[in-house]
Design a protein. Structure first.
Length: 390
């Protein structure tokens, strides 16, 4: 192919970053005008705002009535680690990882926590590990959607409903885009800045009754810092799940998350979020299926993510290059489209195979997804010509 003409339609919004992600359509700072700024988070108003986040989360995310929902410090990482440090220890533990963030929980379990009976289920980028050894007697830590590989858990059937172990699911890039089977999940965590485009600050920690049982019946032998403590005197601190946060939250961020939740509610709720993410991802899948130079990083179609769609360059003119040059080639495309203000921050994660990651959850207008693809073709052909001429 000779070089392609430069496309003339740009996405209206070039932000395709996988975190923080773009905000909902039509967002402006006016959305925050009702924030309880300068007020105590323990005042009636502050607490009401936090309780509203919890109540609206239950409604929009369709969280079962008997699950607790809490706002916790330190974003998704804080929520996952407080669950791991508070609950793990009494049973054998399995940690599954198939990309960068799952690997972080492996490091926690393997190198930081003193766990006696630990099994790691791992897989390379593009694949899921084999979950068949999980039989419900172990505790399990896993990500619902591997953000840096674009591979999601497509079938949670391997988790028995009547398990004794607790399942800790980092769902930060899955929630509000992929259905979460609540009966399989005891701890679900996520942040506001990922699928809901909110401001980054806090984590959400959702607990099943089984998770609460664990918290109330087990006290870990290691010290727990105050920001990890979910129980007092062997009882769950219920206030955390009613808006009395452990320490000071940002009421500005809370307002922003309320705005995102209200937008989702007004736009066909959870199903609307699922449908828009699916339709957006499908646009990219249909595009790469017609191309020889690019493919989905996920090897199994059923496991392809509909939030951070991860793509790898498969053209032999690129794959025959040494790895660092492949990465430089992909990066030159990211830089080129950034300079054109077509797409920003969409490079593959630094530890992932060279390529791209386009965030397309339920807040991204489909026309922007359609508009970015001809630019990728154009940038690829332009860079291939440069490579030939070098
Ligand atoms: C799957 C997953 N887990 C954890 C994190 C870390 O999230 P946070 O920065 O909210 O702590 C990320 C961030 O992208 C992620 O994608």
């Amino acid at each position: 192919m000779t070089s392609l003409p430069k496309p003339d339609i740009r996405p209206a919004d070039p932000r395709f970053s996988a975190g923080p992600t773009r905000k909902r359509p039509g967002w402006s700072l006016d959305a925050l005008s009702g924030a309880a700024l300068g007020r105590s988070h323990r005042s009636a108003l502050g607490k009401a705002k936090l309780k509203q986040v919890i109540d609206l989360t239950r409604e929009v995310l369709e969280v079962p009535d008997d699950y607790r929902i809490g706002i916790v410090p330190a974003s998704d990482t804080g929520a996952v680690e407080m669950a791991m440090w508070s609950m793990l220890g009494p049973r054998p533990v399995m940690v599954a990882a198939w990309e960068n963030f799952g690997q972080a929980w492996v490091t926690d379990a393997d190198k930081q926590l003193p766990l006696n009976d630990l099994t790691l289920l791992t897989a390379p980028y593009g694949q899921l590990p084999d979950f068949s050894d999980y039989n419900g007697s172990q505790d399990l830590v896993f990500t619902a959607n591997g953000t840096t590989s674009g591979v999601k858990v497509a079938d949670y059937g391997f988790i028995p409903d009547d398990r004794e172990g607790v399942t800790i699911c980092d769902a930060t890039s899955a929630v509000f885009a992929q259905e979460l089977p609540w009966n399989k999940l005891d701890v679900v965590t996520y942040s506001w800045q990922k699928v809901m485009g909110g401001e980054a600050a806090h984590g959400m920690l959702i607990l099943s009754p089984h998770a609460v049982e664990r918290l109330e019946s087990y006290s870990p032998p290691w010290p727990l810092p105050k920001i990890f403590r979910l129980t007092k005197g062997g009882k769950l601190i219920e206030g955390i799940f009613e808006g009395s946060t452990i320490n000071t939250p940002s009421l500005l961020c809370a307002e922003d998350h309320l705005d995102g939740l209200n937008w989702a509610k007004a736009n066909n709720g959870l199903q609307g979020m699922y449908d828009r993410a699916d339709a957006n991802a499908q646009v990219i899948w249909d595009w790469h299926e017609k191309r020889d130079w690019i493919d989905n990083l996920a090897e199994n179609d059923a496991e392809r993510s509909n939030t951070g769609v991860c793509l790898k360059i498969v053209d032999p003119r690129v794959t025959s290059l040494p790895k660092d040059q492949q990465a430089a080639f992909a990066k030159s495309i990211v830089t080129m489209l950034g300079e054109e203000n077509v797409a920003l921050d969409f490079g593959a994660y630094r530890t992932a195979p060279p390529g791209f990651r386009l965030w397309v959850s339920g807040l991204t207008p489909i026309d922007d997804v359609k508009a970015v693809l001809p630019w990728l073709d154009w940038a690829f052909e332009t860079k291939i010509q440069e490579l030939k001429n070098a």
